[in-house]
Design a protein around this ligand. Structure first.
Ligand code: BV8
Length: 258
């Protein structure tokens, strides 16, 4: 399947008609995104230059142990991120994926991001693999409350039932929501085309969706940097999501074929 559309290396401009042709022919499309697609909305990535993990220790902030040890530190960090999400707008990359969904017969977008920008851009069939910062939930009774725009007041971390409010997201060492994982794995398995956008592909099991569940799909990676899956995909487009994705959608609507 992959060889039908041209494979291997090239400047991303030369590869765009290949990817557009694959998408135009596809009966089923699966997209996996990471924090890189929100970089041009002004939200920092995790592992890149200036990334969140450059200034924070991941174990302290994105793990149940870190939360148990210092819930105020963890809530301070997530409140800051929630504030950044509120101030951010979807960028041309998010918008292009929402448009691509409207072109596609069967389209699933699985994101590792918790910023809700895909939903705000109008994407509908979105699977949030690592949860979102829209709600907090109680560690004990599983009650839920909306996440205020400024986050959770630090003097309200304790819940009346004796538990604690925590962000409704997946931390390291925690399993992904079963229904979300099943939807994403099934969509990746049936796709003719898989786009992998803005992820370092180092966090599992999400990264496995790119190449482990479907040997026949045409897989294209969109990322300015190489990743551990770059040599396992049909083509890599070395560019930013906000630049490359709109060009692909434009090529599809101009019906450019290779
Ligand atoms: C699990 C929370 C089963 C939400 C995150 C030991 C014990 C337990 C588990 C493990 C273990 N060792 C390994 C594991 C598995 C572990 C894992 O994968 N660890 C890795 C780091 C080795 N995974 C887990 O723990 C998962 N659960 O395995 O459950 C289990 C259960 C119990 C016991 C054992 C197993 C849970 C993983 C979820 C963790 N939660 N965050 C939040 O705070 O946001 S992970 C965090 O990384 C974010 O969710 C983020 O989405 C995710 C992936 O990062 P990326 O999105 O890819 O971001 P990154 O900065 O890395 O890369 C950005 C990319 O964008 C770069 O490539 C860059 O070049 C590119 N880019 C930059 N600008 C642009 C761009 N691309 C396009 N355009 C641009 N403009």
């Amino acid at each position: 399947m992959a060889e039908a559309y041209g494979t291997g290396w090239g400047t991303f401009q030369t590869l765009i008609p290949n990817v557009a042709a694959a998408l135009r022919q596809a009966k089923s499309v699966f997209v996996l995104t990471g924090s890189g697609i929100s970089a041009e909305s002004g939200l920092p990535t995790f592992r890149g230059v200036g990334g969140l993990w450059r200034t924070h220790r991941v174990e302290e902030l994105a793990s149940p142990e870190g939360f148990a040890r210092d819930p105020v530190l963890v809530w301070t960090w997530y409140n800051e991120r929630k504030g950044a999400h509120e101030g951010a707008q979807p960028n041309a990359g998010h918008d292009a994926l929402a448009q691509l969904e409207r072109f596609s017969r069967d389209f699933t977008l699985a994101t590792q991001n918790v910023d809700s920008l895909h939903l705000r851009a109008g994407s509908r069939n979105v699977v949030e693999l690592h949860g979102s910062l829209r709600e907090a939930r109680c560690t004990h009774c599983d009650a839920r409350r909306p996440f205020e725009a400024a986050g959770l007041p630090l003097d309200e971390i304790a819940h009346s039932c004796g538990g604690r409010w925590r962000p409704d997201i997946v931390w390291f060492g925690e399993s992904l929501p079963a229904a979300a994982w099943q939807r994403a794995r099934e969509a990746a398995s049936r796709a003719d085309v898989i786009l992998v956008v803005g992820t370092s592909a180092v966090v599992y099991p999400a990264a496995a969706l790119a190449t482990n569940y479907n040997r026949a799909a045409f897989v294209a990676e969109i990322n300015p940097e190489p990743t551990p899956i770059s040599d396992r995909v049909a083509c890599t487009l070395r560019g930013s999501a906000a630049d490359v994705l709109p060009r692909i959608v434009e090529a599809i609507s101009r019906d450019e074929t290779v």
